[in-house]
Design a protein around this ligand. Structure first.
Ligand SMILES: Cc1ncc(COP(=O)(O)O)c(C=O)c1O
Length: 468
């Protein structure tokens, strides 16, 4: 293992960014905090090249890619057939609104919707816009003013996206005056279950709160348009809901004439081993939101699909920005779905998910591991503080440290604002690569558990570089 990580070219590139980007670097705050507590700094890389299951940094080091462009490369990096389809679309159509690929894709999307019950589509560029569009559609369709969302959910980073999300951090500070229409409901987490309640009772409590407490203390049930649910709260820490909860939410929506919106920007299009995450629960939503994987990892495309009676005859609903449904985005999506079908990609993802589940099944034996939370290839591990952690350190320190050790050993994963490491392998990842990546992750967990990530223990880390 080389002495300095990241290497000199990567460090030089990161240094170049310091005067220009927010806080200098993505993890700058965490870096400073780590340094002040004597921990090894947060590791960061800059990509030089990406191909298939791997990325390479500017110093030529190769990494198994579990980061996956934040879960946007369903077929691995730079899939040649998608690149070709996108290039062909660009050459043929340039950028225009009306082109045949919009229609081809709409037909395909209608065919893959749960129970083929959501035939109408509206294209967007990003998942954020799509989540907002779904909410606007629900409000204008029902002529009601409120939407219910859950704690730890994530629906985007625009102003409305922040307000719809339930990340519980400072993301909505100074936006308080804008948030009148969003009601945040408790979500039954599989950790931090309130004292005295079983997991099952906690779910019952959350369902009761949704159906009764909101209307008793906040707004009347006739004013609620929809419930916005992620069938796997990915960004908020990979929380996987139970069947009882998701089916319970559907039943409550039905009893109260609320629409159920399934935000599948991350869980959708194979990530959980089924086409849509909500299909694990045998539930059909009224509106479905998607993005990320639809891009094939090459050209952005997102959208919503809805029931015929909801999107077939709208009065006030409008959405879709300039680049929504671009020829390149539609070409990427069509080719991605074609390859899914041709190569049985979702079945492959489901079997990789089972292999991963088997490998990770006993990881809770490590004192720093709290919970393994997987649904197909939506994979996450939450962490406790390590015995070596400064008692005042933030909870997420162990996850950052493990993620750093993984990176140093050649595996790239996500750990941003939560105490969880999230892994999103490509759906067509080679089985051996998946196994190797998880083996390296387990080694990293053991290293952190044994104190290897404290400054001065193990590999020296370069100092004197701003931000590192
Ligand atoms: C469930 C969910 N909704 C919406 C979004 C926002 O999507 P985008 O970043 O493409 O705007 C995300 C992004 O991670 C997401 O996970």
């Amino acid at each position: 293992m080389e002495e300095h990580f990241p290497g000199q070219k990567t460090l030089a590139a990161l240094q170049r960014g310091i005067p220009y980007f927010k806080n200098g670097l993505r993890f700058n705050e965490a870096v400073k905090e780590s340094a002040s507590r004597g921990f090894r700094s947060v590791r960061q890389i800059v990509i030089d090249r990406a191909e298939g299951d791997y990325v390479w940094d500017l110093d030529g080091r190769r990494y198994i890619d579990f980061q996956n462009g934040w879960a946007t490369n369903p077929l691995g990096n730079c899939h040649p057939e998608i690149l070709e389809a996108v290039e062909r679309a660009n050459r043929q159509y340039g950028f225009h609104y009306d082109h045949p690929l919009r229609y081809d894709l709409a037909e395909r999307l209608a065919r893959i919707m749960p129970n083929e019950a959501l035939p109408r589509t509206n294209y967007e560029v990003s998942g954020t816009e799509a989540a907002e569009a779904a909410v606007h559609l629900a409000l204008t369709h029902t002529k009601r003013r409120y939407v219910v969302t859950f704690g730890a959910s994530y629906h985007g980073n625009s102003i409305a996206g922040k307000l719809l999300s339930g990340l519980g951090d400072d993301s909505t500070r100074y936006l308080e005056a804008w948030s009148g229409g969003v009601i945040r409901a408790p979500y039954p987490f599989s950790e931090d279950v309130p004292a005295g309640l079983s997991q099952d009772q906690y779910i019952d409590f959350c369902l009761w709160h949704l159906e009764h407490e909101i209307s008793a203390t906040m707004v009347s049930r006739e004013e609620i348009a929809a419930v916005l649910l992620e069938p796997g709260l990915a960004e908020g820490g990979n929380w996987i809901p139970t069947r009882k909860f998701v089916r319970g939410v559907r039943e409550i929506c039905d009893r109260n004439q609320w629409l159920l919106i399934s935000d599948e920007v991350l869980t959708g299009l194979g990530r959980t081993g089924k086409m849509w995450g909500i299909q694990h629960y045998d539930v059909t939503p009224d509106i479905l939101v998607y993005g990320k994987n639809l891009s094939g990892g090459i050209a952005p495309l997102a959208g919503i699909s809805a029931r015929d009676d909801i999107l077939g005859d709208v009065e006030l609903f409008s959405s879709g920005s300039t680049f929504a449904g671009s020829p390149a985005g539609c070409a990427a999506a069509i080719k991605t779905l074609e390859i899914f079908e041709r190569d049985g990609v979702i079945n492959h993802a489901a079997s990789l998910g089972e292999i991963a589940q088997e490998i990770m099944a006993d990881w809770e034996k490590y004192s720093i591991v709290r919970q393994v939370r997987n649904s197909g290839l939506l994979m996450g591990v939450s962490f406790n503080k390590s015995a070596f952690t400064d008692p005042d350190a933030e909870h997420w320190w162990s996850s950052r440290a493990v993620r750093g050790e993984m990176l140093q050993r050649g595996v790239w994963a996500i750990s941003d604002h939560e105490d969880t490491i999230r892994l999103y392998p490509a759906l067509n990842m080679n089985e051996e690569t998946l196994r190797e990546g998880l083996e390296i992750m387990e080694t990293a967990i053991k290293e952190v558990e044994n104190g290897a990530a404290i400054e001065g223990n193990g590999t020296a880390f370069p100092t004197g570089v701003a931000g590192f």
